[in-house]
Design a binder for this molecule. Structure first.
Ligand code: SAH
Length: 356
């Protein structure tokens, strides 16, 4: 039975499902979920992420974590990556921090990954790179200081959407069409008392309770036991507490935009990350959230240009040099990833996050 027919069966049985339930099934269903059954990353896959574009990305994330570890004198700590994809970022981070005195000896590496296929890819990438690496479905409970890296993890978490009507907010739902095949959007008949402010009829706002919960768990531990978190993703900041008023739900397959409701499980479905909500969650949990930087600012302040020059000195052919330069340019590009991607740093109150 395909994932689509199981979704249809669930709607027939229980009625229309929320956008969050739809995302959860499309991405994480053990049998047909997008991430669960294949490795979607890279030029030959559906989309490319920063660590797959340039090794400099993972290296600088690793150096950032090691810098936070050393300035806060954390001693034994956990270095945790959420949603590590192919394990490329962590492999680059570990290579770049090999010579940071004591860092590798003092940290245990933990990978929070739900996909069995990607866990296997990560095991391959990290083979021989660190003596203590373990895999988890969620952040393990611990009193140790915590260092977190998460690139393009939060955008994969299920969001709820609400549509402004004449009479208040309605939750956006996925259901079956009156006639024909497939799935269509609809909205709840009853209103949801969620938002105090008024937006024009038809506006859509989004909420990601799971992102808030995960961020709060990370921040609570950092506030109490020390550490730092680096959250990188494409997303937005709210202006005056109000979110931009459209759907940010999108599906991508084979590097092309795709209908979100078409062929569930075959395309990556994500939403833009609400960085204001993440920063608020971290502050409410007692931690400090630094001013958000663009990916461009972050990589430049971390010395990305110098690292690129260093790599260029060792490049054997012009083709390799071009590749190194183009890769880094893509990450900091002003009309692309450099500005679209934002970086949030969380630390204990009073501890400065490196370069923020
Ligand atoms: N960080 C990687 C991969 C990003 S793709 C990179 O930059 O290349 C999203 C990753 O998050 C995948 O590894 C996916 O399997 C994982 N993921 C998505 N939702 C998850 C969840 N709820 N729990 C654990 N891992 C999740």
């Amino acid at each position: 039975m395909t994932l689509e027919s199981r979704i249809i069966a669930e709607i027939r049985e229980k009625g229309a499902i929320t956008v969050a339930r739809y995302m959860e099934l499309v991405l994480g269903d053990p049998e047909g979920g997008y991430y669960m059954t294949k490795d979607p990353l890279g030029e030959g896959g559906d989309f490319v992420t920063s660590p797959e574009i340039s090794q400099v990305f993972g290296e600088l994330c690793g150096i950032w974590a090691a810098e936070a570890w050393s300035t806060q004198q954390l001693g034994h700590a956990d270095l945790v990556e959420f949603g590590p994809g192919r394990g490329t970022l962590m492999a680059d981070a570990l290579r770049a921090t090999k010579r940071v005195g004591g860092f590798h000896d003092h940290v245990d590496v933990q990978m929070v990954e739900m996909s069995p296929v990607l866990r296997t890819a990560q095991q391959r990438s990290l083979y021989g790179k660190h003596p203590r690496v373990s895999w988890h479905n969620a952040l393990p409970e611990s009193d140790r200081p915590l260092l977190v890296i998460a690139n393009e993890f939060f955008d994969a978490l299920p969001i709820h959407q609400y549509i402004a009507g004449e009479d208040g907010w309605h939750e956006r739902l996925v259901t079956l069409p009156k006639r024909g095949d497939g799935l269509v959007f609809t909205q709840s008949r009853e209103t949801v008392p969620i938002l105090p402010y008024l937006l024009p009829v038809g506006s859509i706002v989004e909420a990601c309770p799971l992102a808030v919960e995960i961020m709060a768990g990370i921040a609570k531990r950092i506030a109490k036991h020390g550490g730092a978190a680096l959250i990188i993703d494409y997303g937005y900041m709210r202006l005056h507490g109000v979110q931009a008023s459209g759907s940010t739900l999108q599906a991508v397959r084979d590097h092309q935009y795709h209908d979100v409701l078409h062929n569930p499980g075959k395309a990556d479905v994500t939403a833009h990350v609400d960085f204001s909500a993440l920063a608020d969650a971290a502050r409410r949990a007692g931690a400090q959230a630094a001013n958000i930087l663009s990916q461009r600012e972050f990589l430049q302040r971390m010395g990305g240009k110098l690292r690129v020059e260093q790599l260029l000195r060792h490049a054997d052919t012009p083709a390799i040099s071009d590749n190194i330069k183009a890769g880094f340019e893509r990450l900091i590009g002003q009309d692309a990833m450099g500005e679209l991607f934002l970086v949030l740093a969380v630390t204990p109150v009073g501890a400065q996050a490196p370069v923020f």
